[in-house]
Design a protein around this ligand. Structure first.
Ligand SMILES: NC(=O)c1ccc[n+]([C@@H]2O[C@H](COP(=O)([O-])OP(=O)(O)OC[C@H]3O[C@@H](n4cnc5c(N)ncnc54)[C@H](O)[C@@H]3O)[C@@H](O)[C@H]2O)c1
Length: 405
């Protein structure tokens, strides 16, 4: 069997926690080959190279030139760098995967799309949330019609563990310039927002038609120029409604995901926890449906083997990585890595690809709606929003060149 030869670019926190160990474990199990890694921080690259026993580089181009056998590159660098590194990789004829959000604006997303088309390579977005086991089981339940037609999907989540008190002297204001500091973080609606818009869209099983949103900034934190609270409502083609609310303020917000359908609902207060609270109509009455999480041990690690939902007939999710020492969280990463690996080996489209662009589009529509006083913004977005234009202008002011140059 031909194996995809994979390299990783960016060895910071998310790479060390998830990408590097998962790529290494998939390689150890004979599913891919781990060829090389790269980070512009040469000392970090050297340390990670030693830890994983692969050649290390501080320059992407040098790595690609030195290893002509690299087929796919997993890019785990800050959001504003995704499109430029992806374009470079595509121009070297290698398949590309970028972390989420795909890029900081739609025009930057299109730098990736165009470069991959021009060079005949595939691209994937490392959106991991919908690929985690519980989310896969939920998607299977929805596809099987267990919940009936989906009418509403809510995600409400406070961000961060340390709740900050409101500052009585601060007037809340809408998000305006500066919209980005071009560090690794692009705002709440691009950080958790990209994940949640993805899930809301996939659970609704429809495409968004328009979005209304309000994003506010309450705290005058010079290190944090983005929104610290936001609420968006999404109108889908099939009539379903999606709601996303997030906050890093002082209120005690209840965290939940609710997926409501005409025949049942899931109300989950811990979207990452080991439970799937499902209620559905059985003989005309709403009943709790038992769900089992079966587990095994691989190299001393507690690994999920399957989820069994006791509907009639039962519905089962099998972990495709039950023979690997990969925890529940990183199964999402294993799936995205294998998606670009399989695309590289079989010349087949990766699983998500343009879905990652759609998530950025939903976030851009939310920012634009808020800037325009909660005007509904239609999707697909035609042209460039004023939010995106501001972001491009800010980049040019700060770095003296176009963000897409
Ligand atoms: N999917 C998830 O659950 C999840 C979680 C956290 C972060 N992320 C995403 O992962 C990405 C990385 O996160 P981060 O920025 O906080 O990580 P980070 O800042 O800890 O690491 C980024 C690394 O990339 C390196 N780097 C930057 N430019 C480079 C270049 N041109 N060539 C080689 N290396 C380069 C930096 O030196 C740094 O070590 C972001 O897009 C972020 O949104 C995703």
């Amino acid at each position: 069997m031909k194996l995809a030869k994979v390299a990783v670019v960016g060895c910071g926190r998310p790479s060390q926690r998830w990408h590097l160990p998962t790529v290494a474990e998939l390689a150890r199990r004979g599913r891919i080959e781990f060829v090389a890694l790269c980070d512009i921080d040469a000392e970090l690259a050297e340390r990670m190279g030693r830890e994983y026993g692969v050649p290390h580089y501080a320059d992407v181009e040098q790595m690609l030139d030195r290893h002509e056998d690299i087929m796919a590159v997993d890019i785990v660098t800050g959001d504003p760098t995704h499109h430029a590194i992806a374009r470079l990789v595509a121009e070297h004829g290698r398949h590309v995967m970028v972390e989420k959000p795909m890029a900081v604006t739609l025009r930057c997303c299109d730098v990736i799309v165009d470069a991959c088309r021009r060079n005949g390579v595939h691209f994937e977005v490392a959106e991991n949330y919908f690929r985690m086991p519980k989310q896969r089981a939920i998607l299977k339940l929805i596809a099987a019609g267990v919940l009936g037609d989906i009418v509403r999907v809510h995600f409400v989540e406070p961000k961060g563990k340390r709740f900050r008190p409101f500052d009585a002297n601060v007037e809340p204001r809408g998000v305006s310039r500066p919209v980005s500091q071009f560090t690794s973080y692009s705002g709440l609606f691009m950080d958790m927002g990209a994940h949640r818009f993805s899930q809301i869209r996939l659970y609704a099983r429809s495409e968004p038609r328009r979005i209304v949103a309000s994003l506010k900034k309450y705290r005058p934190d010079p290190e944090f120029v983005h929104e610290d609270w936001g609420h968006a409502m999404v109108d889908f083609d099939n009539g379903a409604v999606g709601v996303y609310e997030t906050s890093r303020l002082g209120e005690e917000t209840l965290r939940y995901c609710q997926i409501a359908g005409t025949r049942g609902r899931i109300l989950d207060h811990d979207p990452f926890g080991p439970q799937l609270p499902l209620r559905m109509l059985v003989d005309g009455e709403m009943r709790d449906i038992p769900v089992e999480f079966e587990r095994c041990r691989v190299d001393g690690l507690d690994v999920l083997s399957r989820i069994v939902v006791h509907t009639d007939p039962p519905l089962t999710y099998e972990n495709p990585y039950a023979d690997c020492a990969i925890d529940d969280w990183s199964i999402g990463h294993a799936e995205e890595i294998m998606s670009i690996a399989n695309a590289a080996v079989n010349d087949e489209p990766p699983e998500y690809g343009l879905g990652g662009r759609r998530d950025v589009e939903m976030a851009m529509a939310a920012y634009e709606s808020s800037i325009q006083g909660m005007r509904p913004i239609g999707i697909p977005i035609d042209g460039m929003t004023s939010y995106e234009q501001m972001l491009h202008d800010d980049y040019a002011d700060r770095f003296g060149k176009s963000i897409t140059a």
